[in-house]
Design a protein around this ligand. Structure first.
Ligand code: CTP
Length: 423
């Protein structure tokens, strides 16, 4: 998976710098072309010559190297790299990246990089738990930078705890998985519903909810980045339309249902992330309702149920289609999600708690539990993009399982009798 990939290894000042030498060698061994940049502090731990020899390329050490004629050599590096992995990443380099400070070859390249940036922190346990570090890591995550968490164990200081650089083999595996994901939905048609719906009461008023659409949009972007052909049916949101995605804008639950009807036959995966209104006013007043013209017995709005889009797609899905629903619950999270899984014919229900501070509706992060027939997986608080990665990993796994079963079935039928057994 790393064949032909151009990867920049960034080494910062940490005793774990010696592990970056092994990482450089392993990345090359897996087919990547590697270049290395080091901070000044890193050169105190390992000689640049080690990395120059392993990567077969001069190491970028200074902002103003004598051998570089061009003033924009660092931009050339940044454009060259498909990915950059900073391992070990010290607390100060993490702080610089979180604040956009580019005062060394390494930080200049990292901030100018167009490819994917991976950061593998390494430091002493107390530094790792320093509040600013946590905040800076969260900031990097919110930028879409991938954090490779440190391990727990004995540290160079003699203390024990979190802060050990992830093992080079683990880092290589993270990169390999990352690139495997990049093609995992190639040729797959994915339909995603997102955002709220608005149900008109009169020409100026409507019933809606607090959905921001962020989760559905993150899913659309992640599916697109995995090579899928994505259709995003979205209710009104203030989000930027993702590039490379077919977007169908709707307002009401009925419009969303009709838009889904257009694509439901042809799709391989449907993810219902929209917060669809369950009820809509039975009649829409043609004129604005006036307070002074309303008597007390008119102070109620009769409602009728909307079409349940997810349930209807789930009820008619083909065996090779995958249907994913969401369940936003204030209580009995997993139990309610499991009921929806069965009732709405889903392969997966993403359960998320309502009313929890900092996560869910309108927030940047979410805390999801993935509920399947076979069991559930509770995940920690993550950015919505990270949640999208986890959800699509399950979808990908389910698609492979279905494909495997189909292949086995057709193997059994080849030259078989009516029982499907081979002769
Ligand atoms: N959904 C849908 N169409 C609707 C209502 C909901 O496609 N008319 C989808 C949502 O996109 C979500 C899932 O169904 O994926 C769960 O929605 P929710 O409103 O929580 O479930 P309900 O079945 O309405 O149950 P309840 O409100 O009682 O929890």
């Amino acid at each position: 998976m790393l064949e032909g990939k151009k990867i920049i290894v960034g080494v910062t000042g940490s005793i774990a710098a010696y592990k970056a030498a092994y990482l450089t060698r392993e990345l090359s061994r897996h087919g990547a072309t590697v270049r290395v940049t080091m901070t000044d502090a890193a050169t105190r731990f390992v000689a640049p010559l080690t990395f120059a020899s392993l990567s077969k390329h001069p190491v970028a050490l200074s902002m103003y190297p004598e051998h570089e004629a061009s003033g924009s050599w660092h931009i050339d590096w940044a454009l060259w790299g498909d990915a950059m992995v900073i391992a070990p990443a010290s607390a100060s380099t993490i702080a610089k990246l979180a604040n956009g400070i580019s005062d060394s070859a390494l930080t200049v390249i990292a901030t100018a990089l167009r490819g994917d940036l991976f950061v593998a922190p390494a430091m002493d346990v107390d530094m790792y738990h320093y509040p600013a570090l946590k905040k800076n890591l969260a900031t990097l995550r919110s930028f879409g930078i991938k954090i490779i968490p440190p391990g727990t164990g004995e540290l160079a200081s003699g203390l024990s705890g979190e802060g050990r650089l992830a093992e080079p083999d683990e880092i290589v595996e993270v990169l390999r998985t990352h690139y495997a994901r990049r093609t995992s939905l190639r040729g797959t048609k994915v339909l995603i519903t997102a955002g709220p719906t608005r149900e008109a009461i009169d020409p100026v008023r409507y019933i809606s909810n607090h959905s921001s659409g962020k989760m559905g949009y993150a899913l659309a972007e992640e599916a697109r980045d995995r090579g899928a052909e994505v259709t995003l049916v979205t209710g009104p949101t203030s989000l930027e339309i993702p590039a490379g995605v077919r977007v169908v804008k709707v307002t009401t639950a009925e419009e969303m249902a009709s838009a889904v009807d257009v694509y439901r036959e042809e799709i391989d995966v449907m993810i219902a992330a929209a917060a669809v209104a369950d009820f809509t006013p039975a009649h829409v007043a043609s004129m604005k309702m006036k307070r002074r013209e309303m008597s007390e017995d008119e102070m109620s709005i009769p409602l009728v149920p909307t079409r349940d889009i997810l349930k209807s797609v789930g009820a008619t899905k083909r065996t090779n289609q995958i249907v994913v629903g969401f369940a936003l619950e204030t209580r009995n999270l997993v139990k309610s999600a499991r009921e929806k899984l069965i009732e709405k014919g889903c392969d997966l229900v993403v359960a998320n708690p309502a009313g929890e501070e900092g996560v869910g509706f309108g927030e940047e992060e979410n805390r999801i539990t993935l509920v399947e027939v076979a069991g559930e997986t509770e995940l920690p608080v993550m950015t919505k993009r990270e949640c999208a990665v986890a959800i699509l990993d399950v979808v990908d796994r389910m698609r492979q399982e279905k494909k495997f079963i189909e292949e086995k079935k057709s193997d059994l039928n080849v030259g078989g009798d009516e029982t499907g057994m081979k002769n």
